[in-house]
Design a protein around this ligand. Structure first.
Ligand code: ADE
Ligand code: ZN
Length: 350
């Protein structure tokens, strides 16, 4: 093949399109990942068998066929049902370890995953089962795979603030296991301000704060997450595109948005990836990052999300490197740890 052809094929307006190899080599963090959403059908069926649980699916294919969502709630209904197979500390360990192996394959150097304790305590599991299994796997990942971590405990926003306070109370003996708290589940009708007192209590306990806002809910939820929950990051936040003043604020204050492209198309926030605003927001100076949300349900892990941007939005190397750098600088790593990863990204782009 004429080498010029390859060159032309890989460039657009003089900018080199990011290759899979380049994306993999970039040190990346993942800041928006629900561990329960990384439960692959194969492991789900294995755990169902191990725990004598009957699922409405007979095969891996049947599970995948059920993953045909039309909005957030249609996904959440299946997602909570699938979590039933997680019963023991070992199950949570296996789930987390499988995710960490994926991270290693994809060049992810640091993770800040979510878990939803209330999904499990509501089924009668002791609070400590999920957190201990997850934490042990993350510690092993740090030792054996050199992947650092900060675990985030998420509250379910469709439940009451009082129930969330009970969850925070149960977490007290394990505060050293978590870096912060989050807010997820059904967004519309459950605005951030429903949890103002809870997030204030979490802040007083020295915990970082993040919240899903502006995924399906209106852009005003992004503002109230910032102003009433005092969050350091907004999860999703893509509906900021409806309010120019808000975009200006996000740029001015460099608020990180943990964006999840494949999730947004799978849950029909956008019909097609070509409509996704992430690259446009990046170009305007918004601090956006790429994440996989619930990769086992949405068709791909972090690199698949980057590749979707390459294929449908012509993501170039400079943009990819900026997204990776944003993921590092928006993490809860300390400044020294951030600098090590940022230097490597800089070396790769020279
Ligand atoms: N829980 C798991 N994934 C979620 C999402 N994308 N939005 C809200 N809650 C979730
Ligand atoms: Zn999410």
């Amino acid at each position: 093949m004429n080498p010029n052809q390859t060159f032309l094929h890989n460039t657009l307006n003089g900018q080199q399109i990011a290759s899979l190899q380049f994306l993999k080599a970039l040190p990346k963090t993942e800041l928006h990942l629900h561990l329960e959403g990384s439960l692959e059908p194969e492991l789900m069926l294995k755990l169902a068998k191990r725990n004598n649980i009957t699922l409405p699916y007979a095969s891996v294919e049947a599970v995948r066929e059920a993953y045909d969502f039309h909005n957030l709630q249609s996904f959440l209904d299946i997602y909570y049902q699938c979590a039933d197979v997680l019963q023991t500390e070992q199950d949570f360990y296996d789930l987390t370890w499988a995710y960490l192996l994926k991270c290693q394959e994809e060049g992810i150097v640091h993770v800040e995953p979510f878990f939803d304790p209330q999904t499990h305590t509501a089924r009668g599991l002791d609070f400590k089962i999920a957190i201990t299994g997850i934490y042990n796997a993350l510690k092993d990942g740090e030792k054996k795979l050199s992947i650092s971590f900060g675990l985030i405990m998420s509250f379910l926003r469709h439940l009451t603030e009082e129930e969330a306070f009970e969850c925070l109370e149960q977490a007290q003996p394990f505060l050293s296991y978590i870096v912060g708290v989050g807010l997820d589940s059904s967004e519309q009708g459950n605005p951030p301000e429903k949890f103002t007192k809870l997030f204030q209590a979490a802040a007083e306990q020295g915990l970082k704060r993040v919240a899903h806002a502006g995924e399906e809910g209106p852009s005003t939820y992004i503002e109230t997450a910032l102003d009433t929950l005092t969050v350091q990051r907004v999860d999703h936040g893509v509906r900021c595109t409806e309010d120019d003043k808000l975009i200006e604020r996000l740029i001015r204050e460099q608020i990180p948005l943990t964006v999840c492209p494949l999730s947004n198309t799978k849950l029909k926030v956008y019909e097609h990836m070509s409509e996704h605003p992430i690259v446009g927001l990046l170009e305007r100076g918004v601090n956006v990052t790429v994440n996989s949300d619930d990769p086992a349900f949405f068709g791909g892990y972090l690199l698949a999300n980057y590749m979707a941007l390459v294929n449908d939005l012509n993501l170039n190397r400079a943009q990819a490197a900026q997204l990776a750098a944003n993921s590092v600088s928006s993490s809860f790593l300390n400044d020294n740890q951030k600098q090590i990863h940022l230097n490597k990204i800089k070396d790769l782009t020279q």
